[in-house]
Design a binder for this molecule. Structure first.
Ligand SMILES: *Cc1c(COP(=O)(O)O)cnc(C)c1O
Length: 447
């Protein structure tokens, strides 16, 4: 007998699976067919009970989201793989409210069509000193839009030290090629002067592009020109200065002992025609690329066909608006999670760690550690922190167990221990951490 003859029929499988699932019949039929054809393709022939279990598993997998909430115990505050900035309560509320119908392109006062860009421009102007601002899907989209709209078919001058890769496949030379502009590299890897830019300007030049070297640092014999001098040079020659500051910041990070990150208002003030920065790095909002600068130049972006492809949706606009408002009201450090994390005093982290440990008892311990900013910002900076630590023989097994919890807990494996850094966790999530840790400690096999 051919081994496949012993496989259940689709009908038989569906009849057995239907009472075991809430999925509608047509979905069960389709999944049963898929599972049976997989079995035929692989050539292994399981018994009928295994076939049933595989269909039930496949249905459960289909209906379980892979995008799940995570408690970030890694100590990397802007963990790119965990969605960078966690959002403020105000941002979450605003995004929820915008999830229904919302006046995204509707002028409620006049009862007629409105402008998508008008929602954020006044706040961006107020906060950065620019004439106005627009928002797109992310900073990569912002740079692509700027180069396509302002420099396609022309030349863009970039310092050799700034023709960088940001991560996630975003490389300045590649984006330039994609935009249809020609990259003209000037200077050297470590030193570039205003006169290098000047020598490269000709009638084909559209703009000078500055790119913040966000995720690495050059030390020692290094020179980058003053932005104000570069802006003067550009304007003397009738070309534009565009400044991609990456994360940027609206708050002075040196207050917290960190290396200076470009301050968006200072970069605007230096005379750049456009400055772009990220919505979900140190700004602390949802994913977005924010472009501020001169209205005449912003107009050219807004009218370009690519704008339609990279525009921001109503939910992200609502979240960015609420996030920007926290800066206007000067509540950012108190309200925006990334700033709450950065500004959290060391002794309050120690107190939280000790309190959690007291509830958990041995073998949990409290240990000092260091956090990093992440998200391609402040690559060499660390912040002191405290962690609760589970010493164990198989920390990888504990970490895997932690990732299966709901919400998932992602920590750090270091030495023979599983670490949860409290700086990347908001105090309001401590009860969830306690719950998660209690589950872990009951998994004694790995300890
Ligand atoms: C992070 C970064 C980008 C990309 O920003 P996204 O918002 O992730 O697209 C671009 N340029 C610089 C300098 C950056 O630091």
């Amino acid at each position: 007998m051919h081994p496949f003859r012993s496989l259940p029929s689709v009908d038989a499988l569906v009849t057995t699976v239907l009472p075991l699932t809430t999925a509608p019949r047509s979905v069960v039929v389709s999944m049963s067919r898929t599972v049976l054809s997989d079995i035929r393709a692989k050539g292994d022939v399981p018994d009928a009970a295994t076939c049933v279990a595989r269909v039930v598993d496949a249905l459960e997998q289909l209906c379980t989201p892979t995008l799940r909430p995570v408690l970030n115990g890694t100590g990397v505050l802007l963990q790119t793989n965990l969605g960078r900035a966690p959002l403020s309560g105000a941002a979450r509320t605003a995004m929820q409210a915008a999830a229904g119908s919302a006046s995204i392109e509707y002028d409620l006062a006049r009862g007629s069509r409105g402008e998508r860009n008008r929602h954020l421009s006044p706040l961006l102007a107020h906060l950065t000193g620019a004439e106005g601002g627009i928002a797109v899907n992310n900073t990569a989209a912002a740079v692509l839009l700027i180069l396509t709209a302002l420099a396609a078919g022309r030349e863009v001058i970039v310092s050799r030290g700034e023709a960088v890769e940001i991560g996630g496949g975003f490389r300045i030379p590649d984006v330039l090629r994609q935009s249809g502009a020609t990259l003209v590299e000037v200077g050297t890897t470590n030193r570039t002067y205003v006169r290098d830019y000047e020598a490269a300007i000709n009638e084909r030049t559209a703009l000078i592009l500055c790119v913040h070297t966000s995720n690495f640092r050059q030390l020692g014999f290094v020179h980058t020109p003053d932005k104000r001098e570069l802006a003067d040079l550009a304007h003397r020659h009738g070309i534009l200065l565009v400044d991609d500051v990456g994360s940027g910041s609206l708050i002075d990070v040196t207050t917290y002992g960190l290396t200076a990150e470009p301050r968006v208002p200072e970069n605007v003030d230096a005379g750049a025609d456009l400055v772009c920065f990220s919505g979900d790095k140190l700004l602390g909002g949802p994913q977005a690329g924010l472009i501020v600068g001169k209205n005449s130049v912003l107009q050219r972006l807004a009218k370009h066909p690519l704008m339609r492809a990279v525009r921001l949706d109503k939910i992200a606009i609502a979240g960015i608006h609420a996030t920007l408002l926290a800066y206007v009201m000067q509540h950012a450090e108190a309200e925006i999670p990334i700033w709450q994390m950065i500004s959290s005093p060391l002794n309050s982290l120690a107190e939280r760690a000790h309190l959690l440990q007291k509830h958990l008892g041995a073998p949990w311990e409290v240990r000092p550690t260091t956090s990093t900013i992440g998200g391609g910002a402040l690559p060499t900076d660390t912040l002191p922190s405290w962690a609760i630590v589970l010493p164990c023989a198989q920390p990888d097994t504990v970490a895997a167990h932690a990732r299966r919890l709901a919400p998932a807990l992602v920590g750090r494996v270091q030495g023979h221990a599983f670490w949860i850094d409290l700086r990347s966790i908001l105090p309001s999530d401590d009860p969830l951490i306690l719950d998660a840790c209690r589950h872990l400690a009951s998994d004694t096999d790995a300890i």
